[in-house]
Design a protein around this ligand. Structure first.
Ligand SMILES: [Zn+2]
Length: 1020
């Protein structure tokens, strides 16, 4: 989900009616009042922010609202800050939700405090009793000090004097990776204590079920006096802030005006001290040859990321990674001619040149044809492995199926009924998280839930009772939403007032303007004024406000991302129709689609460009995709026109003149919020499917190449930038994960990988080459499978890959959803959807993934059973029931470098099998024909593109993770045999458990504790 938009140097900002080109986005961040890059630190690092300007609400997106407890706590006027919280030392304090720090590794607390003469008290105290706590106190005489008390360790920072009767900025940083507790006063380091061996879990627990006391202004020891001081803007971070970051927070206002808006220089948080820059290949390399490339006018060439090199003494050696310059526009290719680019081979002095010949654009090349189709979900059933064990796919599927079967549809309808002022059925309870009453994104989880219920219904062909219960749920959901949608724009009572026109929605009754107030009792429910067709979990105001320039934030004049939420709802409705077969669902979507089109068609282009470029507020998920899909399903052309109204022009086409952009293979995604943009790309491809307009295909095709080649982490995911400092953004430059990636706040938002896999699938259907399914396999095993808790459907938001990190699983009870928790409902109810595909002409069957399963190819009366223990074995067997002539194309994975062996009915077949391709087996198949495939697994390294000494290690398709016992401040070192990695590894391939350098390694998809997946590799 995107909370921080795109930012390029040329950022379009709409102010009033004027469209300005902002030279940088720095002032904009501050002007907007959101927390996306507050003081240069990405919002993703923030646990909670208590402004204390009149209430104890959390103004971050996490809604961890605090409460005032005891007496002697009040909001008072203040000269400097307007309104602040005053604690009088007579027992009043602030209580944070007890689970706010569950599962975190580090924590930093920073805030403003005003200490009267002679006053003192606890600033904060987080923990579980006197023997497990992280706390800080202030005293007008002795000063400010922080302490850690754990069963085996105690650490106290030396007190630092603080001035009284004036505001002072205090911070305490708990950094277990480095074993340090550090305090700051007014942005300067004040004290430090060693706290080696203490984890945050020791102090506050690990899971949400561990109840911790998290207090501001009061000790856990009730006998101690409470704080006497005033407080303002207290922030809790999930990262160990650096000294520079604390100074930036202290200098907040000045920093926001002066240029630290994106986090300043990219200082690595993990030590790089012992890591050489030189590539292990450097000493063996003799020459890296120059290359020639061709392109046509208007399109940047696609240069090879790996090229063959020449090694000393003509020795064999691997291809080398080349990083080519990535132009920001298409000026090199505006006319026929040649130009030269100079690349670099990281860690070596070699600088190969690429001579690019630009020729006139030939007659328009034919548009790609969709030649491959998926099978319906119910036609592929996951099976147990050959030893009768549930596979990881079945285990994850069943965790979600059980959760979905148990969850009440009324919870997911709650906010819809609330928006329309309708009574709730007995026992209905609201959701929490990003679907709570006042959250301006409410309804997003309901959209995912609709998709999941439709998929669960379609996919549970193996269990009639389950299937019937999902059908019943889907029917109930759609019937209810249909009834609500039919109220919009129609009189509540016969002859009553109404407004049917979507473009004429008035402000709520008794209100002067539009607002986003969703509080119980305050939310507008005058559905008769909303225009026909409207359906959402909140009234139409956020859509209107977006058009009028509203920004992202938590005030009633601000919005979250109305079209993002709507995309989930419409996609859910279309899934209920297309996957679940419910025709009413299409009618609801059609009504709302027309509502959206009616509004957007009247807006000037520059207003729309401004909307889709606005931080978070304009994030629209895949609205272009659902609109193009609605066209495909209804053939009503207004929806195709509407899809194009969602063009993110700056990203797709460079600018309003369509000078470059992704359509011209120009990288326009630098530093942008990843998951805000990936669904726009699948939307571009669906727009191509409807229009046949080639640029929309090129946008998707070029994006895939740019993002997979230049921004991807080892698990197949993306995002997690140190520059700009945000766990959800692409790095500021391509090919620079080492330079600009590995944000301390995490990486790999799980939604991103879900959406990349969707893009893999959709591109594959036009261009059935193995590269898409190679990425699909990578992301499926090493991120999607790896994103679920061991025993329940709890799942990840970010998947951090920093050394010694651990996954955090949320929403096990399906009652409080983030974006990724919503997306997970979809991922795990369709795990079988890309194992097989068929040629559109019915003559080809693709076998893409090696997962035990049964395919019912009903059109051909053929059933294919795949029997395997993969990836706990390197073989698979396909047994054909039925008969007929067709081509079987079996994927030869990219990692299959030691051969690919096929036997048909026991006889070895001579196949030509290049890694990263398909082998084609043609014949007239007969009942019980058996194809046995063996793909020897090898250990192989995947280095970071711009630091060849830091790499992940794979065994076949499986990413291996080093087990860690504590957070790390450095990259785990391992030494490997240069000639044959396997010589450095011992273990059991059938269990996928290994030991390297005495360290146990497990598959990342079976890792639930601390892990390192990037290692500092030394070759011996
Ligand atoms: Zn997400």
């Amino acid at each position: 989900m995107g909370r921080f938009i795109s930012r390029t140097r040329e950022h379009v900002v709409v102010i009033g009616t004027a469209v300005l080109l902002a030279p940088a986005m720095i002032g904009f961040t501050a002007a907007q009042g959101g927390d996306q890059f507050l003081d240069g630190i990405g919002e993703t690092a923030l646990v909670a922010r208590y402004l204390f300007n009149g209430n104890a609400e959390d103004s971050s997106r996490n809604h961890l609202h605090a409460t005032l407890q005891g007496s002697g706590a009040a909001f008072v006027a203040d000269e400097r800050f307007g309104r602040v919280l005053e604690l009088t030392g007579s027992g009043g304090y602030v209580q944070l939700p007890g689970h706010a720090l569950a599962g975190e590794d580090a924590v930093s607390v920073a805030g403003w405090l005003y200490l009267p003469t002679g006053a003192s008290g606890p600033v904060f105290d987080f923990g579980r009793g006197g023997s497990r706590r992280l706390s800080a106190t202030v005293n007008a005489t002795s000063g400010f000090t922080a302490a850690v008390v754990a069963p085996d360790t105690r650490g106290f920072t030396e007190p630092k004097a603080v001035p009284v009767n004036q505001w002072v900025h205090l911070a305490a940083v708990f950094d277990p990776a480095n074993g340090l507790l550090t305090t700051y006063v007014d942005g300067a380091k004040a004290g430090q204590a060693a706290i080696a061996g203490v984890t945050l879990a020791t102090l506050v627990g690990r899971s949400a079920a561990d109840v911790a006391q998290l207090r501001i202004g009061r000790s856990q020891d009730e006998r101690e006096a409470s704080l006497h001081a005033k407080l303002r803007d207290v922030r809790v971070y999930r990262v160990a802030l650096t000294g520079a970051q604390v100074a930036a927070i202290h200098g907040g206002a000045a920093a926001r005006q002066g240029g630290r808006g994106r986090g300043g220089a990219p200082v690595p948080e993990i030590s790089t001290a012992a890591i050489p820059r030189e590539s292990p290949l450097a000493s063996r390399l003799d020459r890296v040859p120059d290359i020639q490339a061709e392109t046509v006018v208007g399109r940047l060439p696609r240069l090879p990321r790996e090229i063959p090199a020449e090694y000393r003494d003509r020795a064999p050696g691997p291809k080398v990674r080349v990083i080519w310059p990535a132009p920001r526009d298409a000026r090199h290719v505006t006319a026929p001619g040649t130009y030269v680019l100079t690349g670099r081979v990281p860690g070596t002095p070699f600088e190969p040149k690429a001579t690019v010949t630009v020729t006139s654009a030939a007659a328009a090349s034919p548009a790609p044809v969709r030649a491959v189709e998926p099978f319906p979900l119910g036609r592929v059933v996951l099976d147990r492995d050959t030893r009768g064990r549930d596979t990881p796919f079945i285990r994850n599927r069943d965790k979600f199926i059980r959760g979905l079967a148990a969850a009440s549809p009324d919870s997911f309808l709650y906010n819809f009924r609330d928006a329309f002022g309708q009574p709730q059925p007995a026992g209905a309870t609201a959701l929490g998280g990003w679907d709570s009453q006042t959250t301006r994104l409410r309804g997003h989880a309901s959209g995912h839930y609709l998709s999941a219920i439709a998929q669960a219904y379609a996919g549970t062909t193996y269990d009639d009772a389950l299937r019937a219960s999902f059908l019943q749920k889907m029917t109930y959901l759609i019937d209810t939403l249909y009834e609500l949608s039919q109220k919009s724009g129609r009189p509540a009572t016969e002859g009553g007032p109404f407004n049917a026109d979507p473009t004429q929605v008035p402000p709520g009754p008794g209100r002067a303007g539009y607002d986003s107030n969703l509080r119980a009792g305050a939310i507008r429910t005058d559905y008769w004024n909303w225009g026909v067709g409207f359906i959402s979990a909140y009234p139409p105001d956020q859509f209107v406000m977006l058009e009028k320039g509203a920004t992202y934030g938590t005030q009633d004049t601000q919005i979250w991302a109305p079209y993002y939420t709507l995309h989930k709802i419409l996609a859910g409705l279309l899934d209920c129709y297309e996957v679940g077969g419910n025709p009413k669902a299409l009618e609801i979507a059609r009504g709302m689609g027309a509502w959206v089109h009616a509004r957007l068609r009247t807006l000037p282009a520059e207003t729309r460009i401004g909307m889709w470029s606005r931080y978070i507020a304009g994030e629209y998920g895949g609205m272009n995709e659902v609109m193009a899909r609605l066209y495909r399903l209804t053939r009503d052309r207004q929806f195709l026109a509407c899809a194009k109204l969602f063009d993110n022009v700056n990203v797709f086409f460079g600018n309003a003149n369509h000078d470059h952009g992704l359509a011209a293979n120009v990288d326009t995604i630098r530093g942008r919020h990843a998951n805000q943009h990936i669904p726009q790309i699948t939307g571009a491809l669906e727009t191509f499917r409807g229009t046949g307009e080639r640029p929309y295909y090129d946008i998707a095709d070029n994006f895939w190449d740019i993002v997979i080649g230049g921004y991807m982490y080892a698990i197949g995911g993306v995002a997690g930038a140190r520059t700009p400092n945000n766990a959800e953004c692409f790095t500021a430059e391509p090919d620079s994960l080492w330079e600009n990636g590995f944000a301390s706040g995490g990486q790999n938002e799980t939604c991103c990988t879900y959406n990349l896999l969707k893009l893999d699938r959709q591109l594959f259907m036009y261009d059935p080459t193995a590269k898409y399914m190679d990425h699909y396999e990578l992301g499926l095993y090493n991120h999607i499978l790896a994103s679920v808790a061991e025993d329940d459907p709890g799942n990840t938001y970010h998947v951090p890959l920093n050394p010694g990190a651990q996954k955090r699983f949320g929403n096990a009870d399906m009652r409080g959803f983030t974006c990724c928790n919503g997306t997970a409902l979809e991922s795990h109810t369709k795990l079988q959807d890309s194992i097989y595909f068929r040629g559109a002409d019915g003559r080809t069957l693709f076998v893409n993934l090696f997962v035990p399963s049964t395919l019912d190819w009903a059109e051909r009366k053929v059933v294919v059973k795949q029997q395997t223990d993969f990836p706990y074995a390197d073989t698979t067997r396909l047994v054909i029931e039925g008969s007929g002539a067709f081509e079987l194309r079996v994927r030869v994975p990219r990692w299959a470098t030691r051969g690919f062996f096929v036997r048909i009915n026991g006889r070895e077949e001579a196949v030509k099998a290049e890694p990263g391709s398909y082998v084609t087996l043609r014949r007239t198949w007969r009942p019980n024909d058996t194809i046995e495939v063996r793909i020897p697994f090898v250990f192989h390294l995947a280095p970071v593109m711009d630091q060849p000494n830091v790499a992940s290690i794979f065994y076949g398709p499986v990413l291996l993770a080093a087990e860690e016992s504590a957070p790390r401040s450095d990259w785990r070192p391992i030494t490997l045999d240069a000639g044959d990695l396997a010589k450095s590894v011992s273990g059991d391939p059938a269990a996928l458990r290994f030991t390297i350098d005495g360290v146990p390694f497990t598959p990342f998809f079976e890792t639930y504790g601390r892990h390192s997946v990037y290692m500092r590799v030394t070759m011996r």
